[in-house]
Design a protein around this ligand. Sequence first.
Ligand code: USQ
Length: 395
Amino acid sequence: MKVLVLGADGYLGWPTCMYFSKRGHDVVGVDNYFRRSAAMELDCEPLIAVPNLAQRAKTWREMTDKDIHIHIGDITDYPFLKSIFKDCRPDVVIHYAEQPSAPYSMMDHDKAAFTVRNNLISTLNVAYAVQEVVPECHIVKLGTMGEYGTPEIDIEEGFIEIEHKGRKDRFLFPRQASSLYHTTKIQDTDMLWFYIRTWGIRATDLMQGPVYGISTEGADLNPSLMPHFSYDEIFGTVLNRFVVQAIAGHPLTIYGKGDQIRGYLNIKDTLACVYLSAMNPADPGELRIFNQVTETFSVNELAEKVKRVGDRLGYAVEVRNYENPRVEKEEHYYNPTYTGLLELGLKAHYLTDEVLVEMFRVVERHKSNIHDHKIFRGIKWQQESRKVQVEAQVG
Ligand code: USQ
């Protein structure tokens, strides 16, 4: 297959390029280095400084004799994206090229506007490029479980049948996000669904939970092929952060009561899920949605696991409840369905102590790169006075 990976420099993008390339597919990667420039601007570089995409593609070639073709540019620039589509004529486009951080989207007006512009225009451009250049191309887009929020009812995989006043219809499952970033993901799902109904193009939308892990296929060949692993408050996901915090001797930063439950998955499973989706495409005119998680945990459960493993490895891990900088429910019902990808053949890597030990061992090797001041800065969703009012309203 010809595979176009948009957002090829990110935590998931580069490992995805290697995963498809290793299996004999022809891979083209595109990125505008947003993550690198944001990390410099906000002083939150990832744990391991990885070389740029051209250099990583060169190393990959030396290690495997396989090519990954790189283009640097911004896919919100439609002529640029369309020229890539014309040149590559992909069978599948994997769209990761979104601003992925909830805290970033809540920092100020400029970052909120950037998130809206980037995430919506990039998705619009992907839909247009597919329709105008390769209408058969399968779009695999990364959605997020955060689109559904934390409703009082079971979460279905994307759609729900509703009976109302004696009549029935099938709708996108109700969504209510708890950050502007997550809200843009709702909006881009809606946009894609509109174009699928209107143009008959096809897509798989993967509603992914927070990802953890640092070891991926390919990265074992050479340290410069490691993923962009973030541990800071803006771009780091919670479990990756906790492992780094344990090693740095920083208290684990549980936000609020810590009973927030989410669906999690190992980065190795992200790659397998995207691959399975690409190999088993949606039908023309279909929006297929999978909930891409393998197990659910509360933040407290993650902290207990990291403390248990960290203590065993000789770190005296401290756990602390911080005032929650976010506006989110801290105690709630959570029961998502996630069977679709298992039915497609996913063999999940669950969060065992061995998996955590492996993460500790890799992060330990880069311990000297951990900077304490990047770990917690308390980016707030809401000004203090307003937060009290909102809490009273949402309960
Ligand atoms: N949390 C803590 N302490 C921390 C960091 C986070 O208690 O130091 C809590 C958060 O309050 C939240 C949960 O852990 O309740 C998950 O937070 P996160 O930062 O790991 O994940 P989130 O902001 O939701 O976003 C991440 C990715 C995003 C993806 C999303 C999937 O950055 O791109 O879409 O996970 S989901 O959460 O299912 O929407």
